[in-house]
Design a protein around this ligand. Structure first.
Ligand SMILES: *Cc1c(COP(=O)(O)O)cnc(C)c1O
Length: 449
């Protein structure tokens, strides 16, 4: 074990040390070499050292360098040093955070991290949490709590009786609600299409004046951080209407809610604290390793009502038992890396991470505009949309940038315009990375026909 883990350590260090100079998308030869994994199921055991060597030699070159400083695709953070290190130790611990008796340390770290996040994100005191694997499952979890609460008020026990014959819920989304919320609604039997869609403005914000009448059987899904523009819905206004009507307000704040932790950006999230539930990723803007996210629910009884699960051998203790607060039973100790991120950064470190990445995004927007390209969004946080001309030309530039390997960005269609998305979400991105990437984008865009 000793020699094996030292080898893993050496290989990991070598990987991380060479990351800054690697191409961001793997080279075609590295992808071709993945065929080396395609062997018949081994008849018998192999020395673990040889297994690790094969993994490193074939696998490492074929990774996407998204842990480095020049990956700007989707919304992808890196892993803060303290979180990578904590993740290794927690892997050695191999804790199952289903319940307190299985991992007192795992549960305790989640509770500490919860308190800190309530403070940083400005959530109401007493809010509870489920640590899940991503914002998709966080929205699923929070919306299950919403379904429970709304139907219970109508005298319907949805966990016992299902939706057959249940009173109808009205679900309000916007034209820019993230696809994962639609999936969560579909999984919860609320339907992908049986929804009221509110139109959005030029930045993708819900047009509040177009909200339908709300009532106490309505579930409203709003958004902190549009995946393309980074924009925020008007939570103050939406929450005021939801509260007056007794509706449930859920906020998908996968990355955007972290803006609340930076004094210069906090105004964007104003009113978010008035919601009933929030979905927030840790593996995006907080920069923990995959996979970690939180479903926050204002009223713990609503989450427990949706998620509690009793069996004689699963005896609940007095503490906040994770499996009564989320969809999973056995799971890894996700709170460890969230705790480590917050413990290592502190309040000012989180604020700096958010501000710094936003400043890098602003620099991209400024540099690209100055070079004559069109920035399509108001750059309010870490997201930039840029067009290089018509759709076909923009697609060719994106493909050339990806093939060049200096950086990686993906494409999108924003309100009819094909665009390249730049999302600056990693702690590892430096000003030098931004300048080098900007120069590469401009060079490639100018030379692409
Ligand atoms: C990424 C994202 C999600 C989904 O998060 P996962 O962690 O990938 O499950 C949901 N909503 C928004 C706005 C996102 O950016």
């Amino acid at each position: 074990m000793n020699e094996l883990l030292h080898s893993a350590l050496q290989r990991s260090i070598r990987y991380l040390e060479t990351l800054p100079e690697r191409r961001v998308a793997p080279a075609p030869e590295a992808l071709a070499a993945l065929s080396g994994f395609e062997r018949a199921l081994p008849d018998g055991p192999t020395d673990p050292g040889a297994v690790l060597a094969e993994l490193d030699e074939l696998g490492s070159p074929a990774t996407v360098a998204s842990a480095g400083g020049r990956y700007f695709g989707f919304v992808v953070g890196g892993s803060l040093p303290a979180t990578t290190a904590a993740n290794w130790l927690a892997t050695a611990w191999d804790q199952n955070v289903a319940m307190d008796v299985l991992s007192p340390v795992g549960v305790r770290l989640e509770e500490v991290a919860l308190k800190w996040m309530i403070e940083l994100l400005g959530l109401p005191a007493g809010t509870t949490v489920s640590f899940v694997n991503g914002a998709s499952l966080a929205s699923f979890t929070a919306l299950a709590a919403a379904r429970h609460a709304l139907l219970r008020r109508a005298g319907w026990d949805v966990e016992a009786r299902g939706l057959y014959g249940a009173p109808e819920l009205k679900v309000v989304v916007s034209d820019e609600t993230h696809v994962t919320v639609f999936k969560a609604l579909a999984l919860l039997g609320l339907g992908r299409e049986r929804l009221i869609r509110v139109p959005v403005d030029s930045q993708g914000r819900m047009r509040v004046e177009k909200l339908p009448p709300l009532d106490n059987m309505t579930l409203v899904c709003a958004q902190a951080g549009n995946v393309n523009t980074g924009s925020f819905d008007d939570f103050k206004e939406i929450a005021a209407r939801a509260r007056a009507a007794g509706a449930w307000l859920h906020i998908d704040g996968a990355f955007g809610l972290w803006a609340a932790a930076a004094p210069g950006r906090r105004h964007l999230t104003a009113g978010a604290e008035l919601a009933d539930s929030w979905a927030v990723d840790a593996h995006k803007w907080l920069n923990t390793p995959y996979d970690a996210a939180m479903a926050f629910v204002r009223e713990p009884a609503d989450l427990r009502g949706a998620m509690s699960n009793n069996a004689a051998y699963l005896k609940a203790g007095d503490r906040r038992e994770p499996y009564h607060h989320g969809p999973e039973l056995s799971r890894r100790a996700r709170g460890v890396e969230v705790w480590a991120a917050l413990r290592s950064l502190g309040r000012s470190g989180v604020a700096d991470l958010i501000e710094r990445t936003c400043r890098h995004a602003a620099r991209f927007a400024e540099g690209l505009s100055a070079a004559g390209f069109i920035v399509l969004n108001d750059v309010v946080i870490n997201q930039v949309l840029v067009s290089f001309g018509d759709a076909e030309r923009t697609k060719r530039v994106i493909a050339a940038i990806q093939a060049d390997g200096t950086l990686w960005c993906g494409g999108t269609v924003w309100q009819g315009h094909t665009a390249m998305r730049i999302s600056v979400s990693s702690w590892a991105t430096t000003s030098a990375d931004v300048e080098r990437s900007l120069a590469a984008i401009i060079r490639i865009a100018r030379t692409t026909p």
